[in-house]
Each structure stands twice: as structure tokens, then as C-alpha cells.
Design a protein around this ligand. Structure first.
Ligand code: PXG
Length: 453
């Protein structure tokens, strides 16, 4: 390893020599040099060269409270001193976990009152995979095994998570999906709606679930899993007709409904859960990310009273992680929920900052590159197109989005690009002035992208 007096060069060299990146081309990053992020406060992160960026992505859709909240640091310190670790196996629990379970029951829809803890959203969805099969086994219907997901859905990177998701590049690596998983189309009107109105298309997209159930046989289908709003897939907001029709279908065919709240949960859509925003009655809700505002890893699966009752009647569930409900993560999550509640942050998002951000974002719709601006709560997407009227994209899809993302970085703004869709999901505590900055920098990045094309 070469030593250097420039700390950035030193860390980049270590990164190149010894670190393999998640969702990254480690070969290319080794040549370019990784961006080294060293500190953060509020909605701003700094790199090792002292450059500030407005983090319009809240880390990775997770830092809902913003950076630098000392109460979370203190909650971790306190729990670390008191009880840094104990497991939940063998008839044991810890106070942070019982308190957090109760706090979650309090904020979740009324019929959801139990949580199984994991360390991530991916583990939560692996737990979903095993839990829904266990549920039907206990009910005496073991043939109900297949779980239906959606193309371009995202449910994590573990084998079950990536299988339930519908990301083609992930499936292409390692022969996924595993057996027992099927996929239907996504409710992506802008990309796939053609000449149908959004409401017509929403029904068509939902009815794909009914067709798939009939094809597989309802006796073989355990569950349908979907994000209330697809996140990683491009902030895809289903037309208003979609969720009610899905709800009808899962009820009619006796299929469990899994609403993946990993991104939508904890205020992102302007309510506690995406299920509240879309009036979805879920049987299971995987959670993670905003549960601890990303300060420590923690996730879980929340389940309805009906599911909990069956699971509790079935004897031992042979499933769990050493760090299920890690006490320090649980203490931080509990403090995070306390702050979200006592400071009324989600109410402020709903009443004030989300309507403001959404209205300001929509001023970008007149830009020649922009085909659609959409968003709900603190989620926003800007679709880049070659032709606005026909919604036609540039031929080399993904190229323009990547250029725009890099132009945004030059402006000191972190956006995410999915294909040619620019995504934002800022901390829920973002102020009006920072929203103005976010929108102004996005417009500048769009101008610079157009100039570069
Ligand atoms: N479900 C959903 C809906 C997610 O968005 C997961 C599950 C998995 O969570 P973990 O904690 O295992 O990562 C996620 C994660 C992206 C991106 O590029 C999004 C996620 C993860 C990595 C990248 O937008 N979401």
C-alpha cells in the first residue's frame, strides 16, 4: 500500500486496494477514486476535500431525521453502557426491544401490533419469505407457497430479497429468482401506460395479479409483495385505482398482502406508513431504514393480529439472527420514533414541507428535458425525455440520467438516477430555504445536462 500525505488520496488508495463496493463497479471505482464522505449535519454532507453537498437522498432513503441528532448518539451511548448486547433467543427479551415493539404497535395501523426484528430490509424480506410459508403450513394449507412480486420492484439483495424483487440485472447474476417466486407487471403509467388514462392503466396493472393467481392456482399462492410506492425502481406512484383493486384481489383469493414499507415507512409519504397514505390493509409490513433514521442498522417485519395469532399458535419458528433486535439499535430506533412524534415532524411534512416541495418541484415541468415531475410526501421524481409529448426517452437509456446526476454533484447536490429518472428523498427535516436550493440546483443540473447532450 502506498502512503500519501493527502488523506483523500490515502483513503482512495486503501479503497482501491482492499474494498469491494456494494452496488458498484469496484474495478472502475478503483481507477477513478471513490468519493470519501467524512461528516454530516442536518441535510448536508461533506467530502474529504471539504466540499459540501445537499443530500437530497437522505443517505440511501433513510436519514429521515437528518444528520447529527445528538439525542440518538446519547441513546446509543446509554444503551452501550447499560447492556451492549443480549440476544432474544431462548425465551429472552430486553427493555429496548419490548419498548420499541410497543411504540411500533402504537404508530402502525390499528390491526398491526407485533414485530419480528432483523438488521436490514433484506433480512426483513427473507423473514417474510419464511414467515408466510410458515403461516400457511400452520393453517394446514402447505401448498400455498408461491410469492408474487413485481418487475422492477426492490426488496433487497439477499437471495430471497433479490428474488422477490424484480430487478433484471440482479436476477441475471446468480440464477435468480429462486423457485416459488413469480412476478407481474408494475403500475408504471409514465413508462408503460401507453394511451390508457392513469386510472384505466392502474386497473389493468392490478388485474395482472388476478391473472397470475388464476394461472398458478390460488391454492398455490401464499402472498403478494409490493412497495406502496416503488423506490429504487424510480419512485413509481401507482394510479389511484391500483391499490383498491389489489386489495379486492388478495381478499377474494385468500392471499396475504405484504406492503414493503422499507422506504415508505416512518413519514416518507407524509403519514407514518405508505399503507396509511394509500389506505392499504397489509398483513405484513417489512420495515428498516427510517426506523432508526439509518443511525444504526435495524429492520423488522410487522404483522397483523391475524397473522400473529396463527404464528403464536404454531410452536417454535426456527428463524432468527444473532442481532435480531440488537439492544443498541433498538434504543436508537426508539429515540428516533420519540423525536419524530414529539417534534411533530411527520405532521409538518404533511401540512407544510411536502406540499411546498411538491409545488416547487413541479416548476421544473417546463424544462425541455423534463417529461414528468411526480412525487408524494418527501419523494420526488423527474423523468428526463427526448420528446415531451410522446414521452420518448433518449436511445441509450440511463446515459442522460447519469450525466444529470454528475452535473448535480458539480452543483453540490446529491440526487439518485434510476435510468433516466432523477430521484429525490431528502431528510424529513428539510426547511423551505433548503428546498428552494434543492430545486434551483436541480434546474441548473438539468440546464447543464441539456448543454452537454
Ligand atoms: N425493501 C425496499 C423497498 C428497499 O428499498 C430493501 C427492502 C432492502 O433493505 P436493506 O436494508 O437490506 O438494503 C430496500 C433497500 C437504491 C437502493 O439504489 C435502494 C435500497 C437499497 C440499496 C440501493 O435506490 N433499498
Amino acid at each position: 500500500m502506498t502512503q500519501s500525505s493527502d488523506p483523500t488520496a490515502h483513503w482512495q488508495q486503501q479503497d482501491a486496494d482492499h474494498h469491494l463496493h456494494p452496488f458498484g463497479d469496484s474495478g472502475a471505482i478503483a481507477n477513478e477514486g471513490a468519493r470519501i464522505i467524512t461528516k454530516a449535519s442536518g441535510v448536508t454532507v461533506w467530502d474529504s476535500n471539504g466540499r459540501a453537498y445537499l443530500d437530497a437522498f437522505a443517505g440511501l432513503w433513510c436519514v429521515n431525521l437528518g444528520y447529527g441528532r445528538q439525542e440518538l448518539v446519547e441513546a446509543a451511548r446509554r444503551q452501550m453502557s447499560e447492556l451492549p448486547y443480549y440476544n432474544l433467543f431462548f425465551k429472552t427479551a430486553t427493555p429496548p426491544v419490548t419498548e420499541l415493539s410497543a411504540a411500533l404497535a402504537d404508530i402502525a395501523p390499528p390491526h398491526i401490533n407485533h414485530t419480528f426484528f432483523t438488521n436490514s430490509g433484506s433480512e426483513a424480506n427473507d423473514t417474510v419469505f419464511r414467515m408466510v410459508r410458515r403461516y400457511w403450513d400452520i393453517k394446514g394449507q402447505p401448498s400455498k407457497k408461491t410469492i408474487i412480486g413485481r418487475h422492477n420492484g426492490y426488496h433487497g439483495s439477499t437471495v430471497a430479497g433479490a428474488s422477490l424483487g424484480g430487478m433484471k440485472p440482479m436476477h441475471a447474476q446468480g440464477d435468480l429468482p429462486i423457485t416459488g417466486v413469480a412476478h407481474i407487471r408494475q403500475p408504471y403509467w409514465f413508462g408503460e401506460g401507453g394511451d390508457l388514462s392513469p386510472d384505466e392503466f392502474g386497473l389493468v396493472a392490478a388485474q395482472a395479479l388476478e391473472e397470475k393467481i388464476l394461472e398458478l392456482g390460488a391454492d398455490n399462492v401464499a402472498a403478494f409483495i409490493a412497495e406502496p410506492i416503488q423506490g429504487a425502481g424510480g419512485i413509481i406512484i401507482p394510479p389511484a385505482t391500483y391499490w383498491p383493486e389489489i386489495q379486492r384481489i388478495v381478499r377474494q383469493y385468500n392471499i396475504l398482502l405484504v406492503a414493503d414499507e422499507v422506504i415508505c415507512g416512518f413519514g416518507r409519504t407524509g403519514e407514518w406508513f405508505g399503507c396509511d397514505t394509500f389506505d392499504i390493509e397489509a398483513d405484513l409490513m417489512p420495515i428498516a431504514k427510517g426506523l432508526s433514521s439509518g443511525y444504526l442498522p435495524i429492520g423488522g417485519v410487522m404483522v397483523s393480529d391475524g397473522v400473529a395469532e396463527v404464528l403464536k399458535s404454531g410452536g417454535e419458528f426456527h428463524h432468527g439472527f444473532t442481532y435480531s433486535g440488537h439492544p443498541v439499535s433498538a434504543a436508537v430506533a426508539l429515540e428516533n420514533l420519540r423525536i419524530l412524534r414529539t417534534e411533530g415532524i411527520i405532521d409538518r411534512v404533511k401540512a407544510e414541507t411536502a406540499p411546498y416541495m411538491q409545488s416547487q418541484l413541479r416548476t421544473l415541468a417546463d424544462h425541455p428535458l423534463v417529461g414528468e415531475v411526480r412525487g408524494v410526501g418527501m419523494l420526488g421524481a423527474v423523468e428526463l425525455v427526448q420528446d415531451k409529448a410522446s414521452r420518448r426517452r433518449y436511445a441509450d437509456e440511463g446515459q442522460t440520467g447519469t450525466v444529470c446526476r454528475d452535473k448535480a454533484l458539480e452543483e453540490g447536490l446529491i440526487l439518485r438516477a434510476t435510468g433516466d429518472t432523477m430521484l429525490m428523498s431528502p431528510p424529513l427535516v428539510i426547511h423551505r430555504a433548503e428546498i428552494d436550493e434543492l430545486v434551483a440546483k436541480t434546474r441548473q443540473a438539468l440546464d447543464n445536462t441539456l448543454a452537454a447532450l
